[in-house]
Write a protein that binds this ligand. Sequence first.
Ligand code: ADP
Ligand code: MG
Length: 468
Amino acid sequence: MISEFSESTTAIDYSTVWKKCLGKIKENVTQMTYNTWFLPIRPVQLSNNILKVELPSRFFWEWIDEHYNLLINKTITEIIGPEAKLTYIIDEEAGEDENLLGDASQSSYSIPTIKEKPKVKHNFESFLNTRYTFDNFITGEGNQLARAAAGAISDNPGGTSFNPFFVYGGVGLGKTHLIQAIGNEIVKRFPDKRVIYLSTDIFTVEFVESIQANKVNEFSSFYRSMDVLIIDDIQFLIGKEKTQDLFFHIFNMLHQSKKQIILTSDKPPKNLKGLDERLTSRFQWGLTADIQPPELETRIAILRKKTEIFGMTVSSEILDYIASNITSNIRELEGCLIKLLANSSLNSKEITFDLAKKTVKEIGTNRKINSINIESITKTVCNHLDIAENKIRDKTRKKEIVRARQLAMFLSKEMTNASLKTIGLHFGGRDHSTVVHACASVEEAKTKDRIFSELIEDLRNQIELNST
Ligand code: ADP
Ligand code: MG
C-alpha cells in the first residue's frame, strides 16, 4: 500500500488527516466516548508518517492508549499508511501537575501507539499490560483467596495444584487485572518462561483466521509451546464448538506437561451452560476461586490507590462519598475518578464535593445502559423470536435466522459500546462489513415497515428491562 500522505506536509494536511481519522473513530465509539476522549485531541504536525497530537493531560493519553489503542492504530494505518505512528505532547496550559508528567524536563512523549511491552526474550508478543501488577491490586475479603492463589502460582507456575486456575466473578471486579498481574510477575521472575495473555475473542478470531490460511497446526502448536497460557472471559467459547474442540486439545497437552493454565469467566464452570462438559469438568481440576464485590474499606483503599496512580488530589470526604455510593463494581469506582478528573481538567475546575455528587449520579444513570451487552441482547432477541441461541451464530442463510441475527447486530451497535469488529465476532466470527450491512438493512426495513419498527421498539424495551 502506498501512503496517501508522504514526506513533508502543510498545516492543512494534518488537520485534514486528523479529521479523516476522527470520522473513522466516530463510527466505532459512542457519541459520549467520542466527545470525551477524541474531540479534545488537537493535531499539531504530520511529517514522515508521524502524526503529532496534543492532549490535555498525560492521564488522558494513558486512558486512550489503554482503551482505544487498537482502534487508533487501525485508523491511522488506514488513513496515513502502514508506517503511520502517533506521538503526542501534553498541553502544558491545562493546569497539568508536574507529578502527572513524571520527568518534568520531558515535555514531549514519543510513544508509538503500542505501549511499551514487558521485555521478554521471546519472539512473540505476550500481550500483557504492564499496568496490571500485584502492587496496585488491593486485597480485601472479596478477592483474598484468588489473590493468595495468584501469588502461589507466580512463585511456582505449573508447579502447584492450582492448575488450571479458574477465576470467576461479575464485571469490573478485577479478574483481568489479577490474571495479568500473575503474567507480569512470572515474566519478571522467570524471563525464560513463555507467557501469553489473550481474550477468548482474540483466540477465536485467530483460530478462524488460521483455518482460512490453512494454518491450524501452526496455531495450535504455538499455544502448546507456552509455559503459561492466560485466557480471559472463557464464557465466550459458548456456541463456538470448533474453537472449544481445539482449545480442549491445547488444554490437555499443556496440562499434561505441567504448564500453567489461567482462565476467567463470569460464572463458575458448572454454570457455563452450552460449554462442552469435557471442558467444564477440566476447569474444575485445579482451583476455582471467585471474586466478590469489595466492602467499603476496600473500596476506599482502591480509590486511594487510584488517585495516587492518577496523580490526583481528592479529599477523604469525597473518597468516602464515592465509595459509599458506588458499591458493586471497581471499574465504576475507577470510572468515577476518571470522570472527575476529566471534568475538572477539561474545565479547569477544582474537584469539589458537588462535582463528585454530580459525577456519582451520572454513573448511576449510565449503569442501566452499561449492563446491556451483546450476550443479553442476543438472548432477548432469540427468546422473543423463538430461535435457539446457537443458531444465530451459525452459517445458515435461513430467512428468519438471518433476520434475527441482523436485528441482534443492529441492537448491539445501538445499545452497547462494542465495535463493529467485536459485534461481528460474537455472531460467528463475521467481519465488520457484515455488521455494517446488517445495520443498514435493518435501518431500511424499519422505515418501510411499521410492524417491524414496532418489533424493534419492543425488543429495545425488553432488553432494557432484562438488564435491570
Ligand atoms: P474484570 O476483568 O473482572 O471485569 P478488571 O480486571 O478489568 O475487571 O477491573 C476493572 C478495573 O478495576 C481495572 O482498572 C482494575 O485495575 C481495577 N481493579 C479491579 N480490582 C482491583 C483491586 N482489587 N485493586 C485495584 N484495582 C482493581
Ligand atoms: Mg475482564
